[in-house]
Design a protein. Structure first.
Length: 204
């Protein structure tokens, strides 16, 4: 089973849009293990609308929490206990795109970080990063953290307005493959995402 984990250097990077584009390009299944916050909708619904995939390829979350917060806090507020056993990768007939929650160091529970879950799975990670100010520090720290836990890195994908120097220096210093840059899209819909993704991103 071909698995790619999509994560970000921070929250609100645009990794859900990237995950939708990637899943659509690969004809993959999509899974977000922990969704925290579902008003007005969760990432699963957004990916379903943007990816162009059939509904059967959008898998249900292991945990779907109401509170928009870090998963450990959302679970506490919602009265839910998150167990590692329920976070095993689903078996599917084809590629699988898994989207993390927030950044690498987001706590899933009191004893488990998102990056620890990635290490447990052992699948390659695609790191989504902003193009703007501050991204060099956040990106290189994220790359260091992934390597420290032995998590394979499939590449880094930038999201936002073009910034040639940041897009050059981060892959160079981090010694990672650059998969390209996904610009902000307006309008953002399945057609524009599919067309833009195909021309902007190199598939891992």
């Amino acid at each position: 089973m071909n698995v790619f984990i999509v994560t970000g250097t921070d929250t609100d990077i645009g990794k859900t849009v990237f995950a939708a584009g990637l899943a659509g390009a690969l004809g993959a299944y999509y899974w977000k293990p922990v969704q925290a916050g579902i008003d007005p909708e969760g990432d699963k619904e957004r990916v379903g609308a943007l990816s162009g995939l059939p509904a059967s390829h959008i898998l249900p979350e292991a945990y779907r929490l109401n509170t928009p917060a870090s998963p450990h806090l959302a679970a506490r507020i919602d009265g839910v206990q998150i167990n590692l056993d329920r976070l095993a990768l689903p078996r599917v007939d084809g590629p699988l795109v898994v989207e993390g929650a927030g950044g690498l160091m987001v706590p899933v529970s009191e004893s488990l970080l998102m990056i620890d879950l990635f290490a447990h799975w052992g699948a390659p990670v695609i790191l989504c990063a902003r193009t703007g100010l501050g991204t060099i520090n956040h990106s290189l720290l994220s790359i260091e953290a992934l390597r420290a836990r032995g998590v394979p890195i499939a590449g880094i994908a930038f999201i936002g307005e073009p910034h040639a120097e940041n897009e050059r220096i981060i892959p160079l210093l981090g010694k990672v493959r650059c998969l390209g840059r996904l610009p902000y899209l307006d309008p953002l819909d399945a057609r524009t995402l599919h067309q833009t993704f195909a021309g902007a991103i190199v598939l891992p």
